[in-house]
Design a protein around this ligand. Structure first.
Ligand SMILES: *Cc1c(COP(=O)(O)O)cnc(C)c1O
Length: 363
């Protein structure tokens, strides 16, 4: 990617002029455990149903702006009305739209790092001031008391559960207490909730008009490439998000693929169970590497956060010598020497562990 020349930068809006293009640090590898995708993909019969639906959908017409069919089926599943649901071009677009609708000068965003990096990026694009309540540096637990003390000053407070990149869960009772303590919005990012043994905050939507729950088809539903996420919220909040969205941002192919996958939830569930099982095994394997300096945190998502000596170098050598890609957080604040590893198939996980062991033994 070309550099942004100063002459071009001078023309950019001030909130964008400091930015660089997002780099997911992707290189082609045999084992990609870097982006928290579902390594298993869709089961063959579900993929066939998706293919069939895609083959039949007309693409000469614009999509239904609000993805009516998908919206209605998602709403029914949660016992909500279609007016409680809004779909987006991935969860990312919805986070962006939340700041577009509820951000700007004087509309503070409060969040709990280390968490998902796009919050700060999108908040700054929307010119929202961003404030942090840091998680416990050892356990990554949220400091609820501190968060509650500041929540009333924020327009949007974000709780990520399970949290990316730490895998940490948040207690829904604490989310309720947070929502009660503010007139602002509380966004609960549940991108990985399908992998957790915890109730979703979706059940709170009917009781708390200021709680928003974000979900996505990118992780458990193995549709990261389709770009489809949704927010559950009070109808008034949904309308505000609908007001700022690009009318046709969710393509007809994405809507169709997501709807077909959604209707096959029972067939997808065994894959999710398998990933949870593999997460446990990978956690055990990595925990056994304490003598090599490896620390691993318990996770309720489809990835594990590990801390190990010379993490940046280990990550490069895993990529170059073992063709295994993981995400490098080693220089991120609060995550010194940390790597985030997506749970893969048993073969992929073995290759990862063997790679880490051989690199650390050599050192
Ligand atoms: C992956 C992810 C999302 C949404 O991803 P999309 O692919 O844009 O749907 C949202 N929040 C967190 C914390 C994530 O990790």
């Amino acid at each position: 990617m070309a550099q942004i020349p100063d002459t071009v930068r001078a023309l950019m809006r001030p909130s964008a002029a400091e930015l660089e293009p997002y780099d997911p640090a992707f290189t082609p590898v045999e084992v990609n455990l870097s982006a928290n995708e579902n390594s298993y993909g869709l089961p063959a019969e579900v993929r066939a149903a998706v293919n069939q639906a895609l083959a039949e959908v007309p693409v000469n017409r614009y999509p239904d702006p609000l993805a009516g069919e998908l919206r209605a089926e998602i709403a029914a599943y949660y016992g909500l009305a279609p007016e409680n649901v809004i779909c987006g071009n991935g969860g990312d677009e919805l986070i962006y739209n939340i700041f577009l609708a509820f951000g700007g000068e004087g509309h503070m965003v409060l969040h709990c790092p280390p968490d998902f990096s796009v919050y700060e990026l999108y908040a700054s694009l929307a010119e929202s001031p961003c404030e942090s309540v840091w998680r416990d540096p050892a356990t990554f637990a949220i400091d609820w008391e501190k968060l509650r003390a500041r929540v009333a000053n924020a327009t949007v407070t974000i709780v990520t559960t399970p949290n990316n990149p730490t895998g940490t869960l948040a207690d829904p009772a604490e989310v309720e207490a947070l929502a009660l303590a503010t007139d602002g919005l509380v966004l609960v990012d549940e991108a990985y909730m399908e992998f957790a043994d915890m109730r979703s905050c979706a059940s709170l939507i009917s009781h708390y008009p200021n709680i928003l729950v974000l979900r996505t088809f990118s992780k458990a539903f193995a549709l990261a490439g389709a770009r489809l996420g949704y927010v559950l919220a009070d109808p008034g909040v949904v309308s505000a998000l609908a007001a700022v969205r690009q009318p046709y941002s969710v393509g007809v192919l994405s809507q169709t693929a997501a709807l077909a996958a959604w209707r096959h939830r029972p067939q997808i569930q065994p894959t999710i169970d398998e990933i949870v099982q593999q997460r446990g095994e990978l956690y055990t394997r990595l925990s056994e590497l304490g003598d090599l300096g490896v620390t691993v945190w318990p996770s309720s998502a489809n990835f594990l956060l590990v801390r190990l000596p010379h993490a940046h170098e280990v990550r490069c050598r895993l990529r170059d010598e073992h063709s295994v890609l993981v995400r490098d957080f080693s220089s991120a604040p609060g995550l010194t020497d940390c790597l985030r590893i997506t749970v893969g198939t048993p073969k992929e996980n073995k290759r990862l562990v063997d790679g880490i062991v051989s690199i650390l033994r050599e050192a």
